[in-house]
Design a protein around this ligand. Structure first.
Ligand SMILES: NC(=O)c1ccc[n+]([C@@H]2O[C@H](COP(=O)([O-])OP(=O)(O)OC[C@H]3O[C@@H](n4cnc5c(N)ncnc54)[C@H](OP(=O)(O)O)[C@@H]3O)[C@@H](O)[C@H]2O)c1
Length: 324
């Protein structure tokens, strides 16, 4: 059996980007060594996009895996699209955070660098979902722009080849977009059949922002602190299961096909070779029909899983205030 070839999309600046990637957030369940091994195996299996972040705490081990891949000649640096993200407590020193991620990853440039969350609100790793940091504040366009300017400097220096935003809303984008000198080309957003963010994606399509869909399978292994009783599991949705049965495929494949055929770049996480191989292969065969895509769109439950409640400021009562 030959390995599937990664599909590509073209970004608004003309860059070709792999249209599926491997997530690397272990959700408190998988450690750095397992994830690094998955990166090694996934690249050998054909993945070319690796979604990293300093807060995932594993960039040094991923860097070792990338080094091994280069040494054995499995892939060349220019064939990979490696991204990282500045964490909330480094909005005042983005250059240092980026250089530190580059050193950990063993790279001299990133294909894209995201502002992970659009505010500097910080919480300790693994903290309780109801904890509040007294320094947390609502979104400020000026504060965001000051962080973004530092990304523009990194872009000018050649350390990053694109700027990405993440966890944004239409109103926040509208508040800052006219002031951005180097236009972002990528936006990470939660995206799965139970949460399809139609308005945000329409805005992004009009403004040259490629959606990169995180939690594309509904993040079944996310930390307990990110689970509530109202959450809807994308892979358990009747419409997803019916389509999976019709095609004789796993519901995970339906979620990923829907994401890609809806124009997003999904970045599913897995450390299990059978899963990550299938997650790539399913995007190169047996597409969903227009009727199936419409049926999934019609079942949108508007169910956000990553609510971000730990980033709330004192006095805010509901996680929805983060998403205005
Ligand atoms: N920008 C942001 O703020 C942000 C936020 C969240 C995530 N992300 C990125 O997005 C990535 C993906 O999100 P995620 O990891 O939360 O969720 P996800 O990709 O939706 O779910 C991953 C989980 O789904 C299961 N899975 C994977 N492939 C499968 C398959 N073929 N069949 C059945 N089950 C399968 C695995 O569970 P088991 O391990 O239990 O088998 C795996 O741990 C992250 O790793 C991270 O890189 C970014």
């Amino acid at each position: 059996m030959t390995d599937p070839v990664t599909p590509y999309v073209t970004l608004s600046d003309g860059t070709r980007m792999p249209a599926v990637g491997l997530g690397t957030f272990g959700s408190d369940k998988y450690g750095p060594a397992e994830i690094a091994e998955a990166v090694y195996g996934a690249v050998k299996a054909g993945y070319r996009l690796i979604d990293c972040a300093e807060v995932y705490g594993n960039e040094d081990r991923i860097g070792e895996a990338l080094g091994r891949l280069f040494r054995v000649g499995a892939v060349r640096r220019e064939e990979l699209f490696v991204v990282s993200k500045v964490w909330n407590d480094h909005h005042g020193c983005v250059g240092e955070a980026c250089v530190s991620s580059l050193a950990a990853l063993g790279l001299d440039y990133l294909d894209a660098y995201y502002i992970h969350w659009p505010f500097p609100n910080y919480h300790a790793p693994g903290c309780d979902g109801d904890s509040r940091n007294p320094d947390s504040k609502p979104f400020s366009a000026d504060e965001f722009l000051s962080t973004y300017r530092q990304c523009e400097t990194l872009y000018d220096e050649g350390k990053i080849r694109a700027i990405g935003v993440s966890n944004m809303t239409v109103s926040k984008l509208e508040a800052v977009f006219p002031s951005l000198r180097v236009r972002p080309t990528l936006i990470e957003m939660e995206l799965h059949p139970a949460f399809r963010q139609k308005d945000l994606r329409a805005w992004c399509a009009d403004h040259g922002l490629q959606p990169v869909g995180f939690c594309p399978l509904g993040s079944p292994s996310r930390p307990e602190r990110d689970k509530t009783s109202e959450d809807i599991a994308a892979m358990e949705m009747p419409v997803v299961k019916e389509i999976a049965a019709r095609h004789g495929i796993h519901p995970a494949a339906v979620c990923l096909k829907w994401s890609r055929q809806s124009g997003a770049v999904p970045i599913p996480f897995s450390v299990k070779p059978a899963q990550y191989r299938m997650n790539l292969a399913c995007l190169t065969e047996d597409p969903l029909t227009d009727e199936e895509l419409t049926a999934i769109d019609a079942s949108d439950a508007d169910c956000r899983l990553i609510k971000g409640q730990v980033f709330l400021w004192e006095g805010a009562d509901d996680w929805r205030e983060l998403w205005t």
